[in-house]
Design a protein around this ligand. Structure first.
Ligand code: HEM
Length: 155
């Protein structure tokens, strides 16, 4: 083993000494020597439950930001007749409608997966990987349906 370190031209003498010491210590015996170094995120596949969880947090943050925007539009529309007309004209643009559709989709997803969470917490859904995968997929399908309905509502 010592010989193989010495054959590596890129190692300095102190590095060789440290590796030899590591090999004789508890570190060399307990830590896996061939540890994975590949952290290329494009090669890592997340399970659907992880994706559902990450999206739940993302949709929660989108909903949080959306509350401010929606309250502002509501306040504007209720302020006066002119305010209502301004709010209506803002809401009639394609880009704004697209944002509203995105907000409604995020809210729908957050509520659907939130209910899934609460059902799991209350013990109505099994907390196994298989059951979690199934309920996550069902949540995605329900969200797609609600998202289409939200599109119909907005346009
Ligand atoms: C204005 C409305 C809402 C906002 C701004 C909001 C925001 C958030 C945010 C940011 C989180 C992430 C917390 C974290 O991951 O640390 C969260 C988690 C959660 N939300 Fe909401 N939420 C809203 C409405 C709802 C509704 C209506 C439900 C009903 C089902 C719900 C159920 C949940 C649950 C169960 C969690 C915890 C998930 C977990 O334990 O990982 N939320 N919410």
């Amino acid at each position: 083993m010592t010989q193989s370190y010495r054959n590596r031209r890129c190692l300095t003498r102190p590095q060789i000494r440290r590796r030899e010491q590591n090999n004789n210590s508890i570190v060399g015996k307990t830590v896996k020597k061939q540890r994975p170094v590949n952290l290329d995120l494009t090669t890592i596949r997340f399970p659907v439950t992880a994706i559902a969880s990450i999206l739940h947090r993302v949709s929660g943050v989108i909903t949080f930001v959306a509350v401010g925007i929606l309250l502002w539009i509501l306040g504007l529309s209720l302020s006066s007749q002119e305010g209502f007309l301004v709010a209506s004209s803002i809401m009639s643009g394609f880009f704004v409608k697209f944002i509203m559709w995105g907000i409604l989709t995020a809210l729908a997803y957050h509520v659907v997966v939130g209910v899934r969470h609460l059902l799991m917490d209350a013990g109505y859904l099994e907390e196994s990987f298989e059951a979690g995968t199934r309920s996550a997929n069902v949540s995605f399908v329900i969200t797609v349906v609600l998202s289409i309905l939200a599109g119909v509502l907005v346009w």
